[in-house]
Ligand binder design. Structure first.
Ligand code: NAD
Length: 245
């Protein structure tokens, strides 16, 4: 049975990805820092290992990876770095604490979990899928911290593909467009929602399932010659050249 590790697995895109991987016969280590939400999500699932862990804290990441190795052995076939936070504001309003909160989870977390899992990924000739955002591809006046963190994740993906390729490890990045998760609905005003509907060629938000399908494709054998790529699952938004609302 193949082993996947999904961060931010307690809800939203991470939970949809977990469910899809389980349907495809994987076993999944579900990682999240929100213990009650993780327990709720894990309650009706089989072949999972829920581990409470904040991906931005090196000691917690080390302990989480050790727990996984002790439970299921020293191979990881797919690592999905999905945990993320969003706080919107222009540079003028972004105090350093906000900047750090966003960077710690969205960028440091991807680095720490990837570094800790790299030996187990090499063992399995596995795959990394990092979840960035269309906000990492395109600038807006509201996303100085979030957009910058996601642009860095895109570059980190390319670095990982270059560095780990000789061990047969692939690394790709998915850039979702807007999806109605808790994260998005906390920062999308009605004005942003309306603007997205107009700007997106498919004229709608995506679903968690639509993003998960792309992630799971990149984890598996069907993507065996795909690495270092950035794939927008965004209803065509990035192709239009229209600015982010
Ligand atoms: P969500 O808020 O529904 O889920 C995020 C999960 O990550 C939560 O369960 C949360 O507890 C967990 N998490 C946050 N910080 C963590 C940390 N430091 N350690 C461990 N777990 C942590 O959000 P979502 O929309 O499903 O977001 C998933 C990913 O998709 C994020 O990286 C987000 O930036 C990205 N994304 C989302 C959208 C969107 O519109 N929803 C668009 C583009 C990109």
């Amino acid at each position: 049975m193949k082993t996947a590790l999904v961060t931010g697995a307690a809800r939203g895109i991470g939970l949809a990805t977990t469910r899809l991987l389980l349907e495809d016969g994987w076993r999944v280590a579900m990682i999240d820092r929100d213990a009650p939400e993780l327990a709720r999500a894990a309650a009706d699932l089989q072949n999972i290992l829920p581990v409470v862990c904040d991906v931005s804290i090196p000691e917690e990441v080390e302990a989480m990876v050790l727990r996984l190795a002790e439970t299921w052995g020293s191979r990881i076939d797919a690592l999905i770095n999905n945990a993320g936070v969003a706080e919107f504001g222009p540079m003028a309003d972004c105090d350093f604490a906000m900047w750090r909160r966003v960077m710690e989870t969205n960028l440091d977390g991807v680095f720490l979990v990837s570094q800790a899992c790299a030996p187990m990924l090499k063992e399995a000739r596995g795959a990394i899928v990092n979840i960035a955002s269309i906000s990492g591809l395109r600038a807006s006046t509201l996303r100085v911290a979030y957009g910058t963190s996601k642009a860095a994740v895109i570059q980190l993906t390319k670095q990982q593909a270059a560095e780990l390729g000789e061990w047969g490890v692939r690394a790709n990045c998915v850039c979702p467009g807007p999806v109605r998760t808790k994260l998005a609905m906390a920062v999308h005003s009605q004005e942003i929602i309306d603007a997205y509907h107009d700007a997106i060629p498919l004229n709608r938000y995506g679903s968690e399932q639509e993003i998960a399908e792309v992630i799971v494709f990149l984890c598996g054998e069907k993507a065996s010659y795909v690495t270092g790529q950035v794939i927008a699952a965004d209803g065509g938004f990035d192709s239009t050249g229209v600015g982010l609302p």
